[in-house]
Design a protein around this ligand. Structure first.
Ligand SMILES: NC(=O)C1=CN([C@@H]2O[C@H](COP(=O)(O)OP(=O)(O)OC[C@H]3O[C@@H](n4cnc5c(N)ncnc54)[C@H](OP(=O)(O)O)[C@@H]3O)[C@@H](O)[C@H]2O)[C@@H](O)CC1
Ligand SMILES: [K+]
Length: 579
């Protein structure tokens, strides 16, 4: 599924309206109807199977799975199926009674049937732009479904223009009760839910005046809030939240997933995200050269060409699946190397060799019988030194991939060590942990001789050192930063953290949503390094291996949490065993 910026969304809107001739008001109509359908599904599930409640309260699966559409899309779909059953059943039974008559099957507007409409009264907060227009359309459809609806305009309805003004007039003609916010502390106690149609992709900066007051009041009310397109107060591109920002239980995102909905803190404000098409052809994004995606199995297979089933040739042998070399670990942090090397094996590479300072070798014999150990030289106290780089290069000669960094620590002349490896290794290179900290102190743009991909796997702290900014600044716009860094430095960048971002030098970008906070544990990153190396050894391209590796790592973490019964108790070895 494509991820778009507000600007890209406007471009796709424009093309649809101007080139394809689909009227803007038709798109708005579709948008409002989709929002109403999702609110009705939300209401129908309120007291039902708890799907809506779970998402709203952030409990259950949502505790560590916050990907858009996962449970949410299924829940909405199920709601529509359930609502369709009574109508079809009635027609069937008529047909059965009057056996002579031809069977007449009738089905209705199932998605617009509210089960217990009389219990509901929704307040629609209407902004002056097209987001407000969407809300006005939704209000009409909710009303048609028997749900009481009231409109509260943030500013004078006279200030609405274009399609939004048309919708204002239609709502008025239908007699929907409307008021204009006049200041003070509004009381939303009488409503069962609030539709936030205040600000969408046209918002600029922090919500001002009436908008800010209504957002704060909606958050204070304790009522479930459904947001049209994005929660008002969210930066649609970066995921930054302004003060105040709507805390939604449900976000009905229109046409394409907005980038900001997948990045924290914004992702934590969106609740359950449902993406609904509104008549903008889905192929348009690809035709326009947009190449940012939310990572799904379909994206892996259809966009990136990854065989997710990982079928093996019946006549394959260990040579077929590649040989990983890992240069990692030191006396006090040998575990990092062991984790990375074992993870590469569990990912399916044919062979893995772990290079360590020679002093450590006797201590590691038997640590993992499947691994080969290699002496990389180093100091008498088991630390690395610059000369060890030549040993690593010799070992790398016949390997398919080289991963460096986990647990190596810092040592004298470590910059020369890394430069020798960077310039001399002919195979793809994965750079992690301390090797990233070394890299941050090098002007590596001047280094020569790399012909195969380099994958950097920083966590936000390491990324901050690489770029020379604060961690907070890294987190402010993870997608934007990853894209620009990968492009400028010619590397594949895996920016780890909640919803890991993977960017390639050619501008492709993927955001992952597998995994959970329980994976923030020592060794988890080393495990990812091993997984990516294991995939590279099996012939995946640099970007494929980075993206699929992040995806598998997250899935294994989820599986490990299920096996342990609690995400909090997952440790890196559990992730390896769940691969
Ligand atoms: N064909 C389409 O385009 C489709 C668009 N669609 C929908 O439209 C949405 C985008 O609509 P949009 O571009 O009208 O912007 P939107 O976010 O509603 O409001 C902007 C207005 O708010 C104001 N304002 C801005 N910042 C502010 C702030 N910080 N604090 C306070 N006020 C602020 C600003 O007014 P100003 O202050 O400039 O007078 C401006 O006029 C999109 O998210 C989707 O829902 C769908 O219907 C599908 C078809
Ligand atoms: K909104």
């Amino acid at each position: 599924m494509h991820l778009v910026t507000a600007e890209e969304m406007r471009r796709l809107d424009r093309i649809t309206i101007e080139r394809l001739g689909i009227p803007a008001v038709a798109l708005m109509e579709n948008a409002g109807r989709a929002i109403a359908e999702e609110i009705i599904a939300f209401c129908n599930h309120r007291d039902g199977d708890g799907a809506a409640g779970d998402a709203c309260q952030g409990t259950g699966a949502a505790r560590y799975s916050s990907g858009p559409g996962h449970a949410g899309a299924r829940a909405a779909g199920a709601a529509r199926e359930e609502a369709a059953v009574p109508g079809a059943g009635t027609a069937e039974s008529f047909g059965a009674v009057r056996t002579a008559a031809p069977k007449l099957l009738i089905s209705g507007d199932a998605a617009l049937m509210a089960g217990r409409a009389e219990d509901e009264h929704w307040l629609v907060l209407v902004g002056k732009g097209n987001n407000g227009g969407d809300g006005l359309v939704a209000a009409r459809h909710l009303s048609e479904a028997g749900i009481a609806v009231s409109l509260l305009y943030a500013v004078s309805p006279e200030s609405l223009t274009g399609e939004a003004a048309q919708q204002r007039d239609a709502a008025a003609a239908m007699g929907l009760p409307a008021a204009v916010y006049g200041g003070g502390r509004p009381d939303f106690a009488g409503y069962s839910g609030i539709l936030d149609a205040l600000l969408g992709t046209g918002a600029a900066g922090a919500p001002r005046g009436a908008y800010a007051e209504l957002i704060a009041a909606a958050n204070r009310s304790g009522k479930p809030v459904a947001s049209a397109d994005i929660p008002s107060g969210l930066n649609a591109d970066t995921g930054e939240t302004h003060e105040p920002c709507i805390q939604a239980a449900l976000t009905v995102c229109l046409a394409f997933l907005k980038r900001g909905l997948l990045q924290y803190p914004g992702a934590g404000h969106a609740g359950r995200i449902v993406v609904r098409s509104i008549g903008i052809p889905s192929g348009l994004a690809r035709e326009e050269g947009l190449s940012a995606y939310w990572l799904t199995p379909a994206v892996l297979e259809d966009v990136l060409g990854v065989d997710v089933s990982r079928r093996r040739a019946p006549d394959g042998h260990k040579g077929t699946y590649g040989h990983v070399l890992i240069a990692a670990g030191s006396l006090r942090m040998s575990g990092a190397g062991l984790i990375a090397a074992r993870a590469s094996l569990r990912t399916g590479c044919g062979l893995a060799t772990w290079a360590v300072p020679g002093k450590l070798l006797p201590l590691l014999v038997g640590a993992a019988p499947e691994l080969m150990l290699a002496d990389a030289g180093g100091e008498a106290d088991g630390t690395w030194n610059a000369a060890a780089a030549e040993e690593v290069l010799k070992l790398a000669g016949k390997k398919d991939v080289l991963a460096v960094g986990p647990g190596i620590g810092r040592f004298g002349d470590d910059k020369a060590w890394l430069q020798t490896i960077w310039e001399g290794a002919d195979c793809p290179l994965v750079v992690d942990a301390d090797a990233l900290n070394i890299l941050a102190e090098c002007d590596y743009g001047t280094w020569q001789g790399r012909r195969t991909p380099v994958i950097l796997t920083p966590h936000p702290g390491e990324m901050a050192r690489l770029v020379g900014v604060s961690t907070k600044e890294v987190q402010r716009d993870r997608i934007g930063l990853a894209l620009s860094y990968a492009r400028e430095r010619g590397v594949i960048l895996v920016l780890k953290g909640a919803h890991t971002v993977i960017a390639s030098p050619d501008g492709r970008l993927v955001v992952n949503t597998t995994g959970h906070p329980g994976m923030a544990t020592g060794g988890s990153g080393d495990c990812l390094t091993g997984i990516i190396a294991g995939l590279l050894a099996q012939g995946l391209s640099g970007f494929q291996a980075a993206v699929f590796g992040v995806y598998l790592h997250g899935l294994a973490g989820e599986r490990a949490a299920l096996l342990r019964g609690d995400p909090v108790s997952v440790i890196a070895s559990d992730i390896i065993e769940a691969l």
